[in-house]
Design a binder for this molecule. Structure first.
Ligand SMILES: C[S@@+](CC[C@H](N)C(=O)[O-])C[C@H]1O[C@@H](n2cnc3c(N)ncnc32)[C@H](O)[C@@H]1O
Length: 234
């Protein structure tokens, strides 16, 4: 028996490694990752995400599944006073973000090189100012839909950890996942969709950069959809 909603699967099903990394990138995983890694202390006590940073931050934002980290690095560079946490179990992507951190001298990014959910469980209520889930794996087969990261369990945790007025941004170029996202977000009482007209989801907002995944998959289809939700008052 489980009290988890039926379309939630808590195991991580993606890849942790891809093609062999160049030695320089492989080395970054050993030399640079420990210095920016989010390490959760033993025990189940809540962990204030501000303590992950070695300077005062005015807010903390979380990107779930940052891929190669282009979006996170872009946000970090433009918002140096915000602490950015990125969760990504795919180590090839983690290495690429580490390279960007080094190249751009970004001091406000911390990385959980793993499944985001154990971290989400440990974050205090209203401790995040913004959340991003951009182009999550669509898991197109019906029998795999429970693997989708946008699911009632994750949305409940985001509703708890995002502060009032915080934005949750989602994007997809998969029409079936889009319908799924809209259905789950609509059903969730903690989130209101900010869109008022079609351009609000069809046109990329100025503060929302392209990612590698997005440009690689641009196929002449209907194109990506940009969804912005707000965490409503409690
Ligand atoms: C299709 S890729 C998109 C990457 C990136 N957002 C982009 O737009 O380029 C989805 C990413 O989500 C990551 N992911 C899947 N499940 C995750 C989880 N439970 N926690 C954190 N990341 C996850 C995968 O490893 C993968 O890199």
């Amino acid at each position: 028996m489980t009290d988890r909603p039926p379309d939630t699967d808590r195991r991580f099903h993606g890849r942790r490694r891809g093609r062999r990394l160049r030695p320089g990138l492989e080395r970054l995983l050993e030399t640079a990752l420990p210095g920016v890694s989010v390490d959760l202390p033993d025990g189940g006590a809540p962990v204030d995400p501000r303590t992950f940073f070695d300077r005062e931050v005015r807010d903390v934002w979380l990107e779930i599944g940052f891929g190669a980290g282009e979006h996170l690095a872009w946000q970090a560079e433009r918002h140096p006073d915000v602490g950015m946490i990125g969760a990504e179990p795919y180590l090839n992507g983690v290495a690429r973000l580490l390279a960007a951190i080094e190249r751009q001298g970004l001091g406000n990014i911390r990385i959980l090189a793993d499944d985001v959910r154990p971290l989400l469980d440990r974050l205090p209520d209203a401790s995040l100012g913004r959340g991003f889930i951009l182009f999550p794996d669509p898991w197109p087969k019906t029998r795999h839909h429970a693997r989708r990261i946008v699911n009632p369990g994750v949305l409940d945790t985001l509703a708890r950890t995002l502060g009032e007025g915080a934005e949750l941004r989602l994007a997809t170029d998969d029409q079936d996942y889009l319908v799924w996202m809209l259905r789950h977000m609509e059903a969730h009482p903690a989130f209101d969709w900010l869109a008022e007209r079609a351009d609000d989801w069809r046109v990329r907002p100025d503060d929302w950069p392209d990612t590698r995944y997005e440009s690689k998959n641009r196929s002449g289809g209907p194109g990506p959809t940009f969804l912005r939700y707000v965490r409503v008052p409690r």
